[in-house]
Design a protein around this ligand. Structure first.
Ligand SMILES: [Cu+2]
Length: 301
């Protein structure tokens, strides 16, 4: 397998997929060889005389019963693995997932929040999913599970991670220009290690409040703090710098001061930095949060 089978459902989903694939390959072989046979056998150069056939009860029954049985077998296999994916065990740890353009936020039962998903190995985890804006879809290929994130609705999925490691998380429903950058990781940790991380009230190095807000609101899905260009301009060195923007389609150079930064958050379409698309969604922020964001950006000079 190219992608590891790192959850309880992965093996079952794969074996269902392989079984159906085998049935299909056999069918393809039968149909193709019959086709080739008829092309050769009844070629016009053989000058066969056409014959009128009245019908055959035996053939009618054979080609009705066999496909019906095959479809029923495939349905049974699919339904069995679907049942595993949907039936959540009683004792589970619950983690909330909020999808937004273009980031993931994971919220734990004890109030911890993170942009990276950490789960204990061998323990069932239930994810409660929702979206803050448009349709997204939460997908962990190594676990063979995905589920839609729908605004104003809660969906769920569950899994037991069975192999330690770090695996990809993708958004698998086109959700705007930043869709391809809507990535994260799931880190499967041994139970003890997870408990230690989970129990720690705060990260050892206290993060600035502004940085936390940028992480939680998903700003860092499109902007970086290290100077790299993503979908949006980087925050590094932004504060106090000269920026060329388009205001109502007119180009002008302004200084990235407090006023400019605040306006860029509350009204992202007002001044568009030259060379970037006008795609930033409006985010709900309080005045206090705005102050903290500005304060943090000031430190990124
Ligand atoms: Cu998305």
């Amino acid at each position: 397998m190219f992608i590891p089978e790192a959850s309880n459902s992965a093996l079952k989903v794969d074996s269902t997929f392989t079984s159906i694939l085998i049935i299909e390959v056999i069918l393809l072989a039968i149909v193709t060889s019959a086709m080739v046979f008829f092309v050769v056998r009844y070629n016009i150069r053989r000058k066969q005389k056409p014959e009128n056939i009245e019908g055959s009860m035996f053939l009618e029954i054979v080609w009705t019963v066999i496909p019906t049985l095959l479809v029923l077998v495939m349905f049974y296999l699919g339904w069995k693995s679907f049942d595993i994916i949907r039936r959540v065990p009683k004792e589970v740890m619950t983690i909330g997932v909020t999808a937004r353009q273009w980031s993931w936020l994971f919220s734990y039962e004890n109030g911890k929040q993170s942009n990276v998903l950490r789960v204990p190995m061998g323990q069932p985890v239930k994810m409660l999913l929702t979206s803050a804006d448009v349709l997204h879809s939460f997908y962990i290929p190594a676990f063979r599970i995905k589920e839609d994130c729908v605004p104003r609705m809660q969906t769920y999925m569950w899994f037991t991670a069975e192999e330690e490691g770090t695996y990809d998380i993708f958004c698998t429903e086109y959700c705007g220009l930043g869709h391809s950058g809507m990535l994260s990781k799931v880190i499967v940790m041994p139970e003890k290690e997870f408990a230690a991380w989970y129990g720690r009230a705060e990260e050892k190095v206290e993060k600035p409040a502004g940085q936390k807000i940028l992480e939680e609101k998903g700003c860092l899905g499109c902007h970086t703090t290290d100077g790299t260009r993503k979908i949006g301009p980087t925050f590094k060195g932004l504060y106090g710098s000269k920026v060329t923007v388009l205001t109502n389609g007119k180009e002008r150079v302004i200084t990235a001061d407090e006023k400019y930064i605040k306006r860029s958050v509350t009204d992202p379409g007002a001044d568009i930095v030259k060379g970037y698309p006008n795609i930033m969604p409006k985010l709900p922020v309080t005045n206090e949060e705005l102050e903290q964001i500005v304060e943090y950006l000031e430190t990124l000079k």
